[in-house]
Design a protein around this ligand. Structure first.
Ligand SMILES: Cc1ncc(COP(=O)(O)O)c(C=O)c1O
Length: 380
């Protein structure tokens, strides 16, 4: 049988490649973004309780109502921003499904979607499979700041959507309030939809405030805010997330969602709804990860890597240009095979695989793992 691939340029993701190599060579795996410690036992017990209490059949299409109300309350408390749990919130199978469904619901052939690179890897294939065109804005290391004049030049009548991600994976940078105001100004008066990937909203350091798109009224009116419980509660394998948007946008989203997954794992939703009743469960997360970032950075401060501290997410990028001139993918592979530590080469996230001699390390790991990793990095 012959067929033409709809995604001819898509192969195995860099995460699978580096994690596979880490397993093969018994290396410490700081490549893929997942914690190597357990989720809260209380939350796991709540899942068992939910199953034992009969939450084992289909949930409502938009999600368990208690969970949607808890999400709405979180937006109220944190951002003084209201979303109606009846019509403006949908629980999804992780943030990835929310992102894919948003793009599928709105992008038609030849529509343009602006993304900022380095970018998380699920945006572009979703745009492409729907016939859209990715317009990349490449941000420059080490600050990855946005030139809003460049964005202005790339936005025109064919632009249907802009995708932002703050705190940003992989760079560990943030959009400031000023960035968000500039974006708001640029999109004002257009029909452009904003997809705001905020999966790391609760992992933000040094007293900075998360600038959710819902804080900016004109932006909010055109935005899907996307979030993930996997990032927030240390259980990336559960794949439960959600998105919020004004009713008219959410209606279109749900037309696709109901035939794509229909509804998401019910007992997990029930447990997450219970667990969210205690705000400290997410409010403590920044301090928890800032301690890990600070530990990791203090342990490697005398290494030959150049460090710009991460401002959010659980990723730290390190520049290795004082160590070698090797292509970042080659260096990342060599570190895994010879030195037994795996990372992700940043070129994987860049336009035309631009190589800035930077690797991304995940510090969502036990202190022991971070100490072991630092011992290795200090010897390179
Ligand atoms: C920026 C960003 N968006 C979305 C996702 C996907 O989240 P989920 O695992 O909930 O699908 C990730 C996961 O790494 C991410 O880093």
């Amino acid at each position: 049988m012959q067929h033409t691939s709809k995604l001819p340029n898509v192969g195995t993701t860099i995460f699978s490649i580096m994690s596979g190599l880490a397993n093969q060579h018994n290396a410490i795996n700081l490549s893929q973004g997942f914690p190597n410690f357990k989720s809260d036992q209380k939350l796991m017990d709540l899942v068992t309780n939910a199953m034992n209490s009969g939450y084992n059949q289909y949930a409502p299409m938009a999600g368990n109502m208690q969970l949607r109300i808890a999400i709405a309350n979180k937006f109220d408390n944190l951002y003084n921003s209201s979303y109606n749990p009846d019509s403006e919130i949908t629980v999804t199978a992780g943030a990835t499904q929310a992102i894919y469904t948003i793009i599928s619901a709105f992008i038609r052939p030849d529509d343009e979607v602006v993304i900022f690179r380095p970018a998380y890897d699920c945006y572009e294939p979703a745009i492409e499979i729907n016939g859209g065109k990715t317009i990349s804005i490449q941000l420059e290391a080490p600050n990855y700041s946005v030139d809003w004049n460049e964005v202005k030049q790339k936005i025109h009548s064919k632009t249907k959507m802009v995708i932002i991600n703050t705190p940003q994976n992989p760079s560990g940078t943030l959009f400031s309030k000023d960035d968000m105001l500039k974006l708001e100004e640029l999109l004002k008066g257009t029909d452009i939809i904003l997809l705001s990937d905020e999966v790391y909203e609760h992992i933000i350091f040094d007293g900075e405030q998360h600038q959710s798109a819902c804080l900016f009224p004109d932006l909010k009116s055109r935005t899907f805010v996307v979030a993930s419980f996997g990032k927030t509660f240390h259980n990336t394998g559960w794949k439960v997330g959600y998105c919020c948007a004004p009713k008219e946008l959410m209606q279109e989203f749900q037309k696709v969602h109901q035939f794509n997954v229909f509804c998401v794992n019910h007992p997990l939703q029930k447990a997450l709804g219970d667990y969210l009743q205690e705000p400290n469960h997410y409010l403590e997360l920044s301090a928890f990860y800032q301690r890990k970032r600070d530990l990791f950075l203090s342990l490697i401060r005398d290494s030959r890597f150049k460090i710009t501290p991460s401002k959010g997410t659980y990723f730290q990028v390190l520049n290795y240009s004082d160590i070698t001139n090797e292509y970042d993918l080659d260096f990342a592979k060599r570190l895994t095979i010879e030195h037994k530590i795996a990372s992700i080469p940043m070129s994987a996230f860049n336009e035309n695989n631009l190589d800035n001699k930077v690797l991304r390390f995940c510090f969502a790991k036990t202190d022991d793992t971070l100490k072991h990793a630092a011992d290795i990095l200090n010897k390179i």
